[in-house]
Design a protein around this ligand. Sequence first.
Ligand code: DO4
Ligand code: MG
Length: 281
Amino acid sequence: MKLGQIQLGGHIAAAIFEGSQARPIPEHTMAELIHRSEIESIVLSELAAKLASHRPLTAAPLIPIHPSEVWACGCTYETSASFRDAEHGTREGMYAHVYRSPRPEIFFKGTARVCVGPGEPIGIRADSKFTAPEPELAVILGTRGAVLGFTLANDVSAWDIERENALYLPQSKVYSACCALGPVMVTTDELDDPYHLEMTCTIARGGTRTFTGQVSTARLHRKLETLVEYLLRANPVPAASVLLTGTGIIVTEDAALAPGDIVTIRIPEIGELSNPAALVA
Ligand code: DO4
Ligand code: MG
């Protein structure tokens, strides 16, 4: 099932997406639907089917969930680790070490405050000259780390700030509009093999493509359960949180984002997440 959120009479409502149409689930946001499914012990897709209107609407998908918390994994693809090692003047092999170690890199990416949905601007910090998208598969979590579904994420990052010093990572990663999510959440019962998804990313400026990249999630070096297990160690992340699983597509400095660029991330089984870039103060 494809779930998400739409605008409904001045409110945000959860919805089931079927083709180009949406069946609203009135009086529930996605986060509320997740909480109710847990309180009533009903599988999320069954609760959604029970509560959804039988009258489909034409409605654009909004951010699929306003997450309680967003966390992100790093160096989960060899490309991310080796590229960062190659360009950092820090300890040699620091990123490759994390790539190989049992403990993954996990960092706090923010809350709903820094997240945007399909079509909304993603942020370029005014103090960054090299901001790049990081296209990532994301999992939506229930209580105790249950994986409820998948969506696309853009871990927008100020690479020059991270490059200047590894201790600046939080400033390169967490700021206004640093995380895009969408277009929908595909429930786990509909996407049984998250390890063979073909992801593409393009950046367009005017009519010209400045970047095209692709990766298969077969290159993901960690199991999703392992990432979630480490996230939850001594850290009871609340339901309706999102975990980004790391980038395998590296955007180099020649394609650094400029205001007006359009970033499009696609996995056929999930859909397309497209956002313009804009300066944020
Ligand atoms: O270590 C820095 C961040 C890594 C990251 O965000 C990624 O690999 O996706
Ligand atoms: Mg990332």
